[in-house]
Design a binder for this molecule. Structure first.
Ligand code: PGA
Ligand code: ZN
Length: 420
């Protein structure tokens, strides 16, 4: 599995923004991986390298690609692709040796392509490299209504999701959520609210607030002939860092303290079957987070707070989080993302494997979700190529599992959704 060459190139992500793709060639097989990127990125994420010049509005990745083709290619040549830890350690060593670093986008492209090349060389499905005996599919959290930094409507909450828990199989769950998506499209059309979509493929209707969004989701679930709460739950990603300024939150025209925001969540929980709330408070508002166990009595998922970093995940577990988003590009290497998953497990946190708003048509996050045994996966709406690539990959994995496939939805529902 000796690495004989590494090539980097610029490709476009789903937003039409440059990103890094790398091909790792081994004696026994080669593989290619492209890196996604966030729009509402957390301050503590590993930094992607952008050119910052006049091309591509500063978003070019010429330097990051050159780091793949020159420094990284040179350093990993001759290494064993099957030794992910050693390759990633080498990437981090190089990154540290250069100011301002090689870029998390350059590192992760090579890290994931190495992983996929090793799988190919061993003639194994990628998820098998993480857990030879995996049999569990994740429950999808599908973002049907987009707001915040992901849409140009008036909705401040970034993601309003459906979570099809009450089904026996992943494919049945995906069907129910997708039928709900189509039912929602019909409702929006009838009411002239607009059927344009946001960055993650969910509708971005002209609505005023998250109450309206949640009402629409409940109506869509019912129109698709499913039972809200019993079969399909709801979830929010508030991405509250985007609402936070100088110690206060701004939501629907009101300036709020963390306490007042927690009360708003408490009231939403009384009205809607919410199985989780992601990023209910800002990325450094640990005090706000600590109030959540009393008021936000459902799954409390950390994303910008924890940024796929093992240390921050441990701290979050002691600050009210019940689950954590895992996005490999927040970390920079696959080994680092694996360590974040281990930290979550040790702290008893639920694992939610996640895409980014700027995606590629790669499906490797689905393999990682299965290999990690993630309870949930976020991959946006069941529409647009870069989103369905992930769900479609999970359908193929489910088929490969055959009768051994486990869909954890009903068990999680009985245990209280994402509340670990
Ligand atoms: P991002 O959004 O990819 O734009 O960061 C996804 C999320 O916040 O979960
Ligand atoms: Zn998020």
């Amino acid at each position: 599995m000796k690495i004989i060459g590494v090539t980097g190139r610029m490709v476009l992500d789903s937003r039409g923004v440059p990103t890094v793709e790398a091909t790792v060639r081994c004696e026994k097989g080669s593989a290619t991986a492209a890196v996604p990127a966030g729009t509402s990125t957390g301050r503590h994420e590993a930094k992607e390298l952008r050119d910052g010049d006049e091309r591509w509005n500063g978003q070019g990745v010429k330097k990051a690609v050159s780091h793949v083709n020159v420094e990284i290619a040179h350093a990993v040549q001759g290494m064993d692709a099957a030794d992910q830890t050693a390759v990633d350690a080498k990437l981090l060593e190089l990154d540290a040796s250069k100011k301002p670093g090689l870029g998390a986008n350059a590192l992760l492209a090579v890290s994931v392509a190495t992983f996929l090349a090793a799988a190919r060389g061993k003639r194994k499905e990628p998820w098998r490299l993480l857990d030879e005996d995996a049999k569990r599919l994740p429950v999808p959290m599908l973002n049907l209504i987009n707001g915040g930094a992901h849409a140009r409507n008036g909705l401040e909450v970034q993601e309003c999701m459906v979570v099809p828990l009450g089904f026996d199989t992943f494919s049945e769950a995906l069907r129910a959520a997708t039928e709900t998506y189509h039912a929602l499209g019909g409702i929006l059309e009838e009411r002239n609210l607009g059927t344009a979509v946001g960055l993650e493929g969910g509708f971005s209707p002209q609505i005023e607030n998250h109450h309206e969004a949640l009402d629409l989701l409940v109506q869509a679930i019912e129109r698709a002939k499913y039972r809200p709460g019993e079969q399909i739950g709801l979830a929010l990603d508030v991405a509250a860092t985007e609402l936070y300024n100088e110690g206060a939150y701004k939501l629907t025209g009101h300036t709020m303290t963390a306490e007042q925001l927690a009360i708003e969540y408490e009231s939403l929980l009384q009205q809607y079957p919410l199985v989780s709330v992601e990023d209910p408070f800002a990325e450094d508002d640990w005090d706000g987070w600590r109030t959540t166990p009393d008021r936000v009595r459902t799954g409390r998922i950390a994303d910008d707070l924890t940024v796929t970093d093992a240390k921050r995940i441990e701290r979050a577990a002691g600050s009210g989080a019940t689950g954590v988003i895992i996005k490999p590009n927040q970390n920079g290497t696959l080994t680092g993302a694996n360590a974040a998953v281990s930290a979550a497990r040790q702290s008893g946190l639920t694992v939610v494997a996640s895409h980014r708003s700027g995606e590629t048509t790669d499906g490797w996050i689905a393999d990682l979700a299965v290999g990690w045994g993630a309870e949930f996966v976020k991959a946006g709406a069941p529409a647009r190529g870069e989103r369905v690539a992930k769900y479609n990959r999970l359908l193929a994995i489910e088929q490969a599992f055959g009768s051994q496939a486990v869909y954890p939805g009903p068990k999680l529902l009985a245990e209280g959704g994402t509340d670990a």
